[in-house]
Design a protein around this ligand. Structure first.
Ligand code: SAM
Length: 232
């Protein structure tokens, strides 16, 4: 019963019920993943009481942990499955990577059935903190953090079943398309530095199928295939 749950669990349950009522959270597997991942371990100490507000929160270096509704929308669009190998560009706090890890590599299955999440972050200090968050929350064996320019992907572990970009890009980076399996999906906000639309891109034998979805606002994807030369 809700009243018997711990305070964070209770706040999380209320958030989930609200997201369901709003018609944002539709999938059972995403609901279970959100329920399992302790978001309070991914937000800075000073914002911990807001961990289950449906808002983005600052994580330092001018970056943010995305709002829960955006994490839900992107995860539902990616629609990962058990055993998938996923690349996330823009580790930030490590929260989105953990939500995907819950789906592709559930702890109750033997490790040989697990998929894996590779997540790449350009700001070294954020990547370091994300690693600590992932360890504390119990995802270090299912998520690998890499420091680098994720606009170039991470060819070392490719090809991927799915790629999720959690920063706003000016275009779909070619390296990401090349590192995706045929039949795989990329979920990526595309637009300018201040406003984007979520693109869901499917790679087929004959080319890309692109679906343009909800408007959104992400910090910019910088780097060679992003907003090159811009700091933020
Ligand atoms: N997914 C994150 C989470 O769950 O906390 C939130 C991501 S935050 C909205 C966007 C992140 O993308 C920032 O941490 C930023 O430093 C990172 N970023 C921007 N351009 C990048 C690039 N070219 N390669 C890797 N990371 C990048």
């Amino acid at each position: 019963m809700v009243t018997k749950l711990l305070p964070f669990e209770r706040k999380k349950r209320i958030l989930i019920e609200n997201l369901k009522k709003e018609g944002i959270l539709k999938s059972k597997k995403v609901e279970e993943a959100i329920m399992r991942v302790p978001r309070e371990l991914f937000v800075p100490e000073e914002y911990i009481e807001y961990a289950y507000f449906d808002e983005p929160l600052p994580i330092g270096f001018g970056q943010t942990i995305s709002a829960p509704h955006m994490v839900v929308i992107m995860t539902e669009e990616l629609d990962p499955e058990i055993g998938w190998k996923v690349l996330e560009v823009g580790t930030g706090s490590g929260y989105q990577a953990s939500v995907i890890a819950e789906i592709v590599a559930p702890k109750e299955l033997p490790p040989e059935k697990w998929g894996h999440v590779y997540t790449i972050e350009r700001i070294e200090a954020l990547a370091k903190r994300a690693k600590i968050n992932l360890e504390r929350a119990g995802y270090a064996d299912r998520v690998t953090v890499i420091v680098g320019d994720g606009s170039l992907g991470y060819p070392e572990a490719s090809p991927y079943d799915g790629i999720i970009v959690t920063a706003g890009a000016p275009k779909i980076p070619d390296p990401l398309i090349n590192q995706l399996k045929i039949g795989g999906r990329i979920v990526i906000p595309i637009g300018d530095r201040y406003f984007q639309r979520l693109y869901v891109v499917e790679k087929t034998e004959t080319g890309l199928k692109i679906n343009i979805k909800t408007p959104c606002v992400f910090v910019p994807l910088v780097g060679k295939e992003g907003f090159e030369g811009e700091e933020r």
